[in-house]
Design a protein around this ligand. Structure first.
Ligand SMILES: *Cc1c(COP(=O)(O)O)cnc(C)c1O
Length: 461
């Protein structure tokens, strides 16, 4: 399986190359040259076996199918529910797909657990050691720490903004006890963390000296891994489904689109990206203009995204895989802060089955309360953005599936504020409080972070 860049100016590469590189050298995102056609899950087929089949279709010769099976089995053994993404019904015609049974109680574990296995496997095979870096506003860092702790061939450096992540989020990152995970608490905000990581990647010499890579939402393996649960729910519920996907960078919603393209969904594809007050994605879908906005803080922080990075892959498909058009759109956007989408892309987008809508902060808070009153369950603020929007959708002869992207207990302060009741901590989070936290405060400067990484690289090699 070959991977090409959405901007058309990078050489094609294989699955291993696309995974380990993250961003393509021309600034685009890697996509498979064609979408493989994959058989839907068989009755009773285990989640990890379905995952192995789907990921093998994307990995091609880069990873033998038997090895992929072992990697998937290992990755999904770390979930507290054997179904990995179980369904719960909350209305006669609507279900939650619970994606929060992984080690850090949020859906990012679903992809990160297998990505860490794949990285360690590929690196071991090629005899490399890699320095993986990640700037986090909360959830991704914890998922990466849990997944990469103890990896044999990779070190992980996480940058989080000091005192700007919740205590639970911080503890997931800082209590792994694993010497290959370094936590840097940057004296600054998330944008500072992200800027430092971005600048590090701009220094080609440094990148190759420490063999630097990143794990973020643009990694193709992540999208592929997330398409698995769409296939699973389709096999369980049957019939035409309508997905409501709490969205930020649009990785999760794109995975649904990919599942449909690979023949894993039946009855057409319909999904709504439910975004919070950061409504860049909703504006894009509804006005056809991509405009730079700044992110505002909301009760659903993991979706406080102003530029949804995976939209580029979707635009590539909607423009008929016209890399030139994609490159032009992003060039204009970069220079002018705004660009209209190509007309052909807009008209295809309108019948793609994908759409987007925004939910306000007040609606989100109210929804958490209402959901608890109706079902007795607490949901996280991200999930509430989804269920709120699901209620607004017109009646149709479909089953609605809302993706529950995190556990309520991961956002205890917000959930308590909304419902008046503190969510119960699952045992796997409760134990964190007894563990020793290890992190280092660091100045918000490229030089300081670089020096720390160089020091670690010298020691671990
Ligand atoms: C990351 C995240 C999202 C958004 O997912 P995208 O793939 O970026 O659209 C939603 N909810 C939670 C809890 C998250 O951590």
């Amino acid at each position: 399986m070959k991977y090409i860049s959405t901007r058309g100016q990078a050489p094609s590469t294989d699955f291993a190359g696309a995974c380990l590189a993250g961003l393509a050298p021309d600034g685009g995102l890697y996509v498979p040259e064609t979408f493989p056609q994959i058989a839907p899950p068989a009755k009773g087929e285990a989640y990890h076996d379905v995952a192995a089949r789907i990921l093998s279709a994307f990995a091609g010769d880069a990873i033998p199918a038997d090895d992929m099976k072992v990697l998937c089995k290992r990755a999904y053994a770390n979930f507290s529910h054997q179904c990995v993404a179980p369904l719960t019904q909350w209305r006669p015609d609507a279900w939650l797909m619970e994606l929060h049974h992984g080690p850090t109680l949020a859906f990012k574990d679903v992809a990160m657990q297998i990505i860490a296995q794949i990285y360690d496997y590929l690196l071991g095979k090629s005899g490399q050691r890699m320095m993986i870096t990640c700037a986090t506003s909360g959830d991704t860092g914890g998922a990466a720490a849990a997944a990469f702790a103890g990896a044999k061939h990779a070190d992980l450096v996480i940058l989080h903004p000091h005192e700007r992540v919740s205590p639970v989020q911080r503890m997931f990152m800082t209590t792994t006890g694993s010497p290959n995970v370094i936590n840097l608490a940057v004296d600054g905000d998330f944008d500072d963390c992200q800027a430092i990581v971005k600048d590090m990647f701009g220094d080609r010499e440094f990148v190759s000296a420490v063999n630097l890579s990143g794990v973020n939402s643009i990694n193709w393996a992540r999208v592929a891994a997330q398409s698995v649960y769409y296939a699973m729910v389709q096999a369980s519920l049957g019939g035409p489904l309508r997905f409501v996907v709490p969205s930020g960078n649009m990785g999760d919603a794109l995975a649904g689109y990919v599942a449909a393209r690979c023949g894993l969904l039946s009855g057409g594809f319909e999904a709504v990206c439910a975004v919070n007050a950061n409504d860049a994605l909703a504006r894009l879908f509804n006005t056809g203009v991509m405009a730079r906005l700044s992110a505002v803080a909301t009760p659903s922080p993991a979706m406080d995204i102003s530029v949804p990075s995976n939209f580029e892959r979707f635009l590539f498909e909607m423009s008929g895989r016209d890399a030139e058009a994609v490159r032009q759109a992003y060039d204009t956007y970069k220079q002018a802060g705004e660009t209209p989408l190509p007309e052909v892309a807009m008209s295809r987008l309108k019948c793609s089955g994908l759409s987007a809508a925004s939910v306000s902060n007040a609606e989100t808070m109210e929804e958490m309360k209402r959901f608890e009153a109706e079902t007795g369950w607490q949901i996280c603020p991200h999930t509430a953005v989804g269920t709120f929007h699901a209620r607004r959708l017109p009646d149709a002869d479909v089953k609605t599936v809302v993706l529950a992207t995190a556990a309520a207990s991961k956002f205890p302060e917000t959930v308590e504020e909304a419902t008046g009741r503190k969510p119960v901590m699952p045992a796997r989070a409760e134990v964190l409080y007894a563990r020793e936290e290890v992190f280092e405060r660091i100045a918000p400067s490229l030089a300081a972070v670089r020096a720390r990484i160089e020091q670690h690289a010298a020691r671990s090699r």
